[in-house]
Design a protein. Structure first.
Length: 227
């Protein structure tokens, strides 16, 4: 049990274990008895372990109260005076970023390894300008009109305004950077996906069931763009 606790502690603190930098822990985690103990822990503590050939990641389940950031904490991470609508907008921006990275129908779902900030802004402008999407989103119990109004009320870029569209996107990107999922490049005009993001998306989040859920949210026209 002590070895299993060491593994979980490392995963919580460092997000992953790999066979190069953490060879001892990686080998321990491959032992059958340790795997059984980790499975029990994952059931009791509401998380799952995602294993690839070289890495192990810990992913808290939605109901996990120990590891997941609460909505209030997420809102405060944006700014000290952020409102719920600000947090909802940031969640949507992050969701669009993920879709731009991993929206392919091919065997490898990753469309690209880098995104320009201006291209993310353009994609968000497209999505927020379509009222039909807004109506469909409201059916999913999300007040899309309020989020769209929040986005559309900002300029593309204004050096004197913190809430320009570019800065809104960069705020979302900084959240992803903080969580080790992307890095900034080209003086923060571009983001690039990190291995952790690619591994988690391809080996966990983009299961057939999850792809189906995402597709319903982003609508079939996104697939047609790849044809």
């Amino acid at each position: 049990m002590r070895e299993s606790m060491r593994i979980i502690k490392h995963l919580i603190m460092c997000n992953s274990i790999n066979d190069r930098d953490d060879a001892e822990l990686f080998e321990l985690a491959s032992r059958e008895d340790i795997r059984d103990e980790l499975e029990v822990m994952s059931e009791e503590w509401d998380f799952t372990l995602v294993r690839t050939f070289h890495d192990i990641y810990i992913v808290p389940l939605p109901d996990n109260e120990m590891f997941n950031m609460r909505f209030r904490e997420f809102r405060e991470s944006i700014s000290s005076n952020a409102k719920k609508i600000d947090a909802y907008l940031q969640c949507y921006i992050i969701m669009v970023i993920f879709w731009m990275f991993f929206g392919s129908r091919n065997s490898d779902p990753q469309r690209t390894e880098s995104l320009r900030i201006k291209d993310i802004v353009i994609k968000l402008d497209e999505r927020f300008s379509n009222e039909n999407k807004a109506a469909q989103m409201e059916e999913a119990q999300l007040d899309f009109h309020q989020i769209a109004d929040k986005w559309n009320g900002n300029l593309y870029k204004d050096e004197g305004r913190k809430q320009s569209k570019v800065e809104l996107v960069k705020t979302a990107c900084r959240i992803l950077v903080k969580n080790g999922l992307v890095i900034f490049a080209d003086e923060e005009d571009e983001i690039r996906s990190r291995k952790r993001l690619s591994d988690l998306m391809k080996n966990y989040y983009l299961s057939d069931k999850r792809i189906s859920e995402i597709s319903r949210l982003f609508e079939k026209e996104e697939y047609h763009a790849d044809d």
